[in-house]
Design a protein. Structure first.
Lengths: 180, 180
């Protein structure tokens, strides 16, 4: 699946949330998400712009591989493979045995809404700030995805600095600047 | 979890099956199991006596890591980590992306019975023959496990050549001897 989305730094989630709720957008879920990122023997995922992530949210654990970003103008696109797994602890242990170690962790409070043919997420990321994402449904063409994302961004006031870096990359940048 | 078991080559599964059924042993399940084994960049799992396996049985997919065998007299013991995953195809794709390729496949028809504090499995393995395994429950000590396994082997007539090789190793041995 190709993930196509925008990620926007916003100063306040409240006005976006109000518009979403006023329009009757369905709340898909909300809660803390704990993301652990892994590095292994194959290659340096920071250099190749890949990511291997194990997420825990409530009772659910999901393993995700993300490929290098293939587009990064105003839209961000990359291959994404997600699989739900039975247990975070056992998956972590198996990853360790096959050479993958947890190297970073990011946690956030996320709300997700279904809007049109996309998902809007409102994130409060520990230590990084507040962000809104608009991700197109997986069955859209890139052209349809872009159109739907821009329509939603305008309608719900999701306006601000757009960027391509993942929360992991923002986190690592911040770590580096704190050390230098 | 430490897996403690015996694996016995038997010429006929029918008499063991009859005794199991006559004793009222609970049939836990039966059906085809498709096992794919993976090799990756970390080390040669055939040399280190490890295994990374993705099993599909009916609607279920399970990823398993097995550590080196730690005992191999009459009993076989090794670390085993199992995790149920949502989809065989997606797990295979993620393994590929992180450097693990499918290198061998074994398929078998398996019946599993709960007997005392152990599981007895009767296997017809494609190209390899018929086998019975007795695996102790994970909460037994090694001493309890050995006692329970021997009691069950005697009671149900699970008698024959005991060996430590996995089906994968038997399969690879056969492949090699066919080539030489």
């Amino acid at each position: 699946m190709l993930e196509i989305e925008i990620k926007v730094r916003v100063s306040d989630l409240a006005p976006i949330r109000e518009r979403l709720r006023a329009s009757g957008a369905e709340l898909l879920g909300e809660g803390m998400e704990y993301d652990a990122y892994y590095q292994g023997p194959l290659r340096n995922f920071a250099e190749t712009d890949e990511a291997l992530r194990l997420r825990e949210a409530g009772e659910t654990a999901v393993l995700t591989y993300k490929g290098p970003k293939v587009g990064c103008g105003t839209l961000k696109a990359r291959e994404e493979l997600n699989i739900r797994v039975e247990s975070r602890e056992t998956m972590d242990a198996i990853l360790n045995r096959i050479g993958y170690q947890k190297t970073a962790a990011v946690q956030k409070y996320r709300e997700s809404y279904r809007v049109g043919r996309a998902t809007v997420t409102l994130d409060q990321v520990d230590g990084l700030g507040t962000f809104a994402e608009v991700e197109a449904a997986g069955d859209l063409t890139p052209e349809e995805a872009e159109k739907e994302i821009e329509r939603i961004a305008t309608e719900y006031g999701i306006i601000g600095e757009r960027f391509c870096l993942s929360y992991l990359e923002l986190y690592l940048e911040k770590e580096q600047s704190a050390q230098s």
